[in-house]
Design a protein around this ligand. Structure first.
Ligand code: 8DG
Ligand code: MG
Length: 132
């Protein structure tokens, strides 16, 4: 089975809320709430992939030094194995906008578990809440 490397980030605002994005209709796992990010391309580092994805998906600028390693997911889906480092980031430039038709929500830590997420993400929530 193929291992797919995906870089994801918990963007944290000044009130300690976390940005979740709802996967748009037509995509795999549509309707579920995820951390912004995406597939790491060949030859790309996870941090570079995040800088690129956050620009494309949210219209914000970030730097390698913005990202602190938080935890990771290693999850067997039916058709691929997901390896997903999750970084935390409290600093960026610009205003977060839904540039790819996704719905965005700033979620307080106590409400995170109310958002249906991909199977791989569910075990990440306790680690994230400890960190906030
Ligand atoms: N970004 C993100 N992807 C996740 C999370 N949890 C999870 O299982 N995934 C899966 C869904 C997808 O199979 C894969 C990421 O793919 P993606 O569709 O976001 O990739 P991408 O942004 O590069 O977009 P695309 O051009 O391939 O459509 O990882 C998560 O929290 N964030
Ligand atoms: Mg993506």
């Amino acid at each position: 089975m193929k291992t797919v490397l995906v870089a994801a980030v918990a963007l944290i605002d000044r009130d300690g809320r976390v940005l979740l994005a709802q996967r748009p209709p037509g995509k795999q796992m549509a309707g579920l709430w995820e951390f912004p990010g995406g597939k790491v391309e060949p030859g790309e580092t996870p941090e570079a992939a995040l800088i690129r994805e956050l620009h494309e998906e949210l219209g914000i600028e970030t730097w390698r030094s913005c990202f602190a390693p938080l935890t990771f997911a290693s999850h067997a889906y039916a058709d691929f194995h997901l390896l997903m480092p999750l970084f935390a980031c409290r600093k960026w430039e610009g205003i977060v906008q839904p540039r790819e038709g996704q719905t965005l929500r700033w979620v307080p830590p106590s409400e995170l578990s109310a958002y249906p997420m991909p199977d791989a993400d569910v075990p990440l929530i306790p680690a994230l809440r400890l960190w906030l």
